[in-house]
Design a protein around this ligand. Structure first.
Ligand code: GLA
Length: 408
């Protein structure tokens, strides 16, 4: 079901439409023409209660005044370009220095501050809305007239699929991402430090004090950057580690394992134990910036007057690596004239039914075993398990089930 309303008007008098799309499970998202911002994502918890799991504002003015990119699509080049300059085909381009000496998220006139055009659609795998923008030749200092579209599809598998497409009439660079801040306990529930993150990554791109990549990859093993096993965001966020200090917490690019251009990968998960909500992030891009909202300051009140203070949301910005145009050793963000730019990112939401979740959490296999005895239908158990626990735990659960069966 799609509903279209007027969200508000920009300060120069342009009307901004909002779309709300709901699937068969009662999950919904809303997005507006201003910045192609995702304003709301309502997801159920283990008791079927809905909560809005992204930070956002109630008015266009708040989005106009915001400097934290809440929910928006950022571009033409998401993340940083060192010294705000790059050379392409022998020509040097100068960009805005809006982040110290560097360029961040397209500079002072980012795509998050534009009014996009829109159309809604209903397709076989879901319904949604597509936002379109024309970025003229020379816009923000980049070469080439770039026409882009961002398509949000909500499926009945609780996936929010984001497809970015585009084409430029000259060689250029392009790196579009979504800057949603997630808080699976609800946008107004305080910090995300207890929420658990897993990342499909063994390396980060090392950053300097200004968050510019050095070109080096750092193995995460034995460091606070290691999320190869699920870990709470807050556990090591203030650790005495040079990368953490440079980012004032997590604000780094993780190198996605088994990246292949065009291939979708499970990249990250975020989980809130208390509510049973879990999110999986898939992308075909080589990197993901995990940003723990270190610079949020509640300067502007959020939806329903919520206070978005430091670390009350976490972003998973799928991307080409920061400053990759100046680092030939990194996957290239160059978009050739006339070639299609096409990348996909999926935020998928899962509800953990709570049957095994907490027991598994505490490694309390005895409690789990005694519950399992009452579940004889393998299919039911398998589905429940699949929804509830990680791959590794699945093995353990299967062994436990076998034990339970034989001890009867
Ligand atoms: C990105 C950057 C952060 C910060 C936010 C916006 O995630 O990596 O350093 O600039 O955007 O506040």
């Amino acid at each position: 079901m799609i509903k279209q309303t007027v969200f508000g008007t920009t300060k120069d008098g342009r009307e901004v439409k909002e779309y709300t799309v709901e699937n068969a499970n009662g999950m919904s998202f809303s997005a507006i023409e201003f910045g192609a911002v995702i304003t709301r994502i309502f997801v159920k918890d283990k008791n079927g209660e809905l909560a809005d799991v992204v930070l956002g504002f109630d008015s266009v003015q708040d989005y106009e005044n915001d400097d934290t990119y809440l929910g928006a699509v950022v571009g033409r080049y998401a993340n940083r370009i060192g010294n705000a300059t790059f050379t392409l085909n022998g020509v040097e381009y100068q960009l805005d220095k809006n982040d110290n000496n560097n360029h961040l998220h397209g500079g002072y006139n980012g795509y998050e501050k534009r009014v996009w055009t829109s159309e809604n659609f209903t397709e076989e795998n879901g319904e949604g809305v597509k936002f379109m923008l024309v970025s003229e030749d020379g816009d923000q200092g980049y070469p080439g007239k770039l026409e882009i579209a961002v398509k949000y599809t909500l499926t009945n598998n609780n996936e929010l699929i984001i497809e970015y497409t585009g084409m430029s009439d000259k060689d250029t660079i392009c790196n579009l991402t979504n800057h949603s801040y997630f808080n699976l306990a609800g946008h107004d529930s305080g910090d995300v430090l207890n929420q658990l993150v897993w990342l499909n990554s063994d390396f980060i791109t090392e950053a300097d004090e200004a968050s510019i990549t050095t070109g080096k990859l750092v193995d995460v093993k034995g460091t606070p950057m290691d999320f190869t096993t699920e870990t709470a965001i807050g556990d090591r966020i203030d650790a005495d580690y040079y990368q953490i200090k440079f980012g004032a917490g997590y604000d780094h690019n993780w190198v996605i394992k088994s990246y292949e251009k065009g291939k979708m990968n499970l990249t990250a998960t975020l989980r809130d134990k208390a509510s049973g909500r879990k999110m999986e992030v898939y992308t075909d891009l080589p990197g993901v910036q995990v940003y723990s909202g270190n610079f949020l300051k509640a300067r502007i009140p959020g939806k329903n007057q919520a206070k978005y203070t430091r670390r009350t949301g976490v972003c998973f910005e799928t991307q080409y690596y920061p400053d990759s145009i100046n680092k030939p050793e990194f996957p290239s963000p160059v978009l050739k004239a006339g070639e299609e730019y096409k990348t996909t990112t999926i935020y998928k939401f899962i509800v953990q039914l709570g049957l095994f979740g907490d027991d598994m959490e505490n490694n309390n296999f005895f409690a789990m075993l005694s519950r399992m005895k009452y579940i004889n239908r393998w299919g039911l158990m398998r589905n429940t398990i699949h929804e509830n626990i990680s791959e590794h735990s699945l093995d353990v659960a299967i062994i436990a089930h076998a034990l339970a069966t034989f001890s009867n």
